[in-house]
Write a protein that binds this ligand. Structure first.
Ligand code: F0G
Length: 462
């Protein structure tokens, strides 16, 4: 069945509930007190004070009956665990790279890779680096450069693949600073740019440019299945192809990948690094042993590896992906109908509200995204995440510059909330919009030198 053959309007969850977790209902007064106690940083709020948690889609999805069953097969041998081989086979079924190195999560794979490839004087281009990738590159003294196409910076552009790399700018950078570039990255889907997909055609073009220049291309592939679904729906000639086939084609354009298995592989924890190059793999394994663990478990338990292998089998289901992408678009479409500006088309894993457009009275360095995120929490107990000048506005030299966009991300955990939860979120957003003109901006009271959004403290500007 293709999307155009779907007969009914209602998006039903392609699962029924097997085990339930209670939500704690809270009042606006309670939430205002909790927001103030947390110094207006939503990462500092206790999760049981949150009603609908859209902070992230990472590690927060519901594992399936079959994943919990797979956990019982976990073998905790220190070396050579059969669970590692189940995991490795499931990864290589989709990503046939020679070396698969488990890590406790995605940023561990990034840290290891860039400890080997990075360093002062190096430059790593990407369509858009995720915050942890950028931070791990910068931590080694290297520079992280974002080269997404111009449409990727325009919240209103309806380009079908707004995650694409600007190939001409990549070629120019390679011509100018090729000697400083150890590898090129591609984030699929492009999380910091709105969960937007990358087309096969763009991956192919980037791959050709990288191969001609002798540079490895590394995928940051957290949401590969969602990307493959967008390819199937939007890219000419792809609609009849099987999802695993599209994924293998994407993998074939690159020479390796970093991965957070807390996203599309449906894990509560996990990640991996995979590469074809034997010498690079050896160096990475040596670092892995230093800080993560032996190469057949990385930072994971055998049971985690089993759950991820099963998750990889489930995420390529077309029934699941159709529901996943349509239910995210359902939220975005409803918000747009209410006049709440969103980055369109909707991303795969999240809806991004354009806080700069919704709160024009708050200048970027008074953090309109933070103001909106705090309001969604105080009004309705909905926790979201600022992706704007709080997250990206501070540079390694300590200077402040507004980010390209001021977004608030409503990330949808996989298989966790039902349509009525989402209808509630829509109502909360409507209420927040009604009072938008009165929302205050924020200033930062205290911040760490990197990744400040996790721990900075804020105060409203009177
Ligand atoms: N790359 C991308 C594109 C990501 O979205 C993330 C995590 C990572 C790498 C790092 O993986 O968390 O397992 O260490 N994104 C989460 C998010 C945290 O909320 O978007 P990790």
């Amino acid at each position: 069945m293709t999307d155009t053959e779907v007969e009914f309007r209602t998006v039903i969850e392609p699962f029924r509930i097997h085990s339930v977790e209670p939500l704690r209902m809270t009042t606006p007064a309670h939430r205002r007190a909790k927001a103030a106690e947390a110094a207006y940083n939503l990462f500092q709020i206790h999760a049981d004070d949150v009603l609908i948690d859209l902070l992230t889609d990472s590690g927060t999805g519901a594992m399936s009956r079959d994943q919990w069953a797979a956990i019982q097969h976990g073998d905790e041998s220190y070396a050579g665990s059969p669970s590692y081989f189940v995991f490795k086979d499931a990864v290589q079924e989709l990503f046939p790279y020679a070396h698969v190195i488990p890590t406790h999560q995605g940023r561990a794979a990034e840290r290891i890779l860039f400890q080997v490839l990075g360093g002062p004087g190096k430059v790593v281009p990407s369509n858009t680096h995720f915050d942890t990738t950028r931070a791990n590159i910068e931590y080694t003294g290297a520079e992280a450069v974002d080269l997404v196409i111009d449409e990727g910076h325009d919240p209103a552009s309806l380009h079908p693949f707004k995650g694409n790399m600007d190939v001409a700018r990549l070629e120019a950078l390679l011509a100018e600073r090729g000697g400083e570039i150890p590898a090129v990255m591609m984030t699929i889907t492009n999380n910091s740019g709105g969960g937007q997909p990358v087309s096969l055609a763009n991956l192919r073009a980037v791959s050709q440019v990288c191969r001609a220049a002798g540079k490895p291309l590394i995928l940051d592939a957290c949401r590969f299945a969602e990307n493959a679904w967008f390819v199937k729906m939007r890219e000419p000639g792809q609609s009849e192809r099987a999802i695993p086939d599209i994924i293998r084609e994407m993998a074939g354009y690159a020479d390796g990948m970093t991965m957070s298995a807390k996203k599309d592989p449906m894990g509560n924890i996990g990640g991996w690094l995979a590469v074809n190059d034997d010498a690079l793999a050896q160096e990475c394994r040596n670092l892995l042993i230093l800080t993560e663990g032996f190469p057949t478990y990385g930072g994971l338990a055998g049971r985690d590896l089993e759950a991820l292998a099963q998750g990889l089998r489930e995420v390529v289901s077309e029934d699941y992906l159709r529901y996943r992408i349509r239910s995210t678009a359902y939220l975005a479409d409803a918000l747009v109908r209410l006049g709440i500006p969103c980055l369109m088309p909707a991303g795969g894993h999240a809806v991004y509200i354009d806080a700069k457009a919704l709160l024009p009275h708050i200048p970027p360095l008074h953090f309109p995204g933070q103001a909106l995120a705090v309001a969604l929490y105080e009004v309705g107990g909905v926790r979201s995440c600022e992706i704007g000048s709080v997250m990206f506005g501070r540079h390694p030299d300590g200077s402040q510059q507004p980010a390209a966009m001021e977004l608030v991300r409503l990330a949808i955990p996989r298989r966790t909330y039902t349509q009525s939860h989402i209808d509630y979120v829509i109502e909360v957003a409507e209420r927040v919009k009604a009072g938008a003109a009165d929302l205050p901006g924020y200033r930062i009271v205290d911040e760490p030198p990197a990744l400040r959004h996790f721990t900075a403290t804020f105060a409203p500007i009177a």
